[in-house]
Write a protein that binds this ligand. Sequence first.
Ligand SMILES: O=P(O)(O)O[C@H]1O[C@H](CO)[C@@H](O)[C@H]1O
Ligand SMILES: [Mn+2]
Ligand SMILES: [Mn+2]
Length: 404
Amino acid sequence: MARAIILMADSLGIGAAPDAESFGDVGANTLAHLLQAYKQETGKALPLPNLSRLGLLDACEAAGKEACEASQRQQPQAAWGYAKELSSGKDTPSGHWEMAGVPVLFEWGYFPNTVPCFPQAFVDELCKCADIEGILGNCYASGTTILEQLGEEHVKTGMPICYTSVDSVFQIAAHEQSFGLDKLYQVCEIARALLDEMNIGRVIARPFIGTSSADFIRTGNRRDYSVLPPAPTLLDKLAADGGEVISVGKIADIYAHQGITQKHKAPGLMNLLEKTSELVDSAPDHSLIFTNLVDFDEKFGHRRNAVGYAQALAEFDAFLPTILNKLQEGDLLMITADHGCDPTAPGTDHTREYVPVLAYTPGLKNAPLGERQSFADIGQTLAQWFNLSALEYGEGFKASLNKA
Ligand SMILES: O=P(O)(O)O[C@H]1O[C@H](CO)[C@@H](O)[C@H]1O
Ligand SMILES: [Mn+2]
Ligand SMILES: [Mn+2]
């Protein structure tokens, strides 16, 4: 019996990567800084008994060289380490694909940080094909700020709000009722096809509801349109080997639906965790349950809400025993992240950081994994766990998972 569960804590970086300077991210440390902010705001240390037992705090202190103060801290009883990223970007697909053995070694297409930022010929073609009169935005923006600024004009004119960031993304925000969700998805599909030649990693639908700029709010109907990973990933290999690859949350979208055999969506952190836990009950032998916990990134990291991030992390921690107590011989739980998004850093973008590599199988004792040279070590270890042929990238650490 071999099963694995990946809990991908989206944006939970644990210290500036060696190449952080070239990303403008010197000193970034998502986890250490949210712990500090929480302590400062509440006067108390954040309780993280379960994540500390899985080695998260030790990994962060080793990677980020900053003390991590949390209450109810435990000694690690798991394999724990930290990994740097080989991929050229600090975006979500790069992090996810690399972890599955396919680092992004080419440069994505990016839009210039100018106003307007999108090429006029592309905008003209998009408007013609999608039958819209024009677009609003056409700039770098935070997705919530731009709703406050342009949401009402969008509802009045019917022109979608298009914006980007330092990531290779083309994001389209539109009102679910006045513009219509189906129409938004259609416009995204048209944009996706037009942006392939510019090598833009993702088009993202950002539907929202509400009556005025005072109460516009994004809904859970976000959809990501990714380009295909450049090579088969661990997911493709496991699916081809007859395994079950179970996507929870936006995993399927991030891998462009490649190598996925089951898809489950659920709104919000706790529902995603509940769904994951349910699947642990029913997933057969030779299956991977892969869950993306997007709230950390979308609701707290990009919003620069350090205390909210900390509270969500404590909720995650408190839920973990529900999953841990179900694990049986042959089950491997991994916790990691795809990039950082330090809520105390300037701007609203991701930060280039080490990510945690935590692994637990019943009976495992303290097993330090040290610094890993690529996120692909995770995929390689899973390839070993599932007895698949080796991936092209990554150094597996299955040997460290033997019970001490
Ligand atoms: O500000 P919002 O719309 O959340 O956008 C963020 O979400 C995108 C995808 O993760 C990032 O590139 C960043 O721009
Ligand atoms: Mn991400
Ligand atoms: Mn993000």
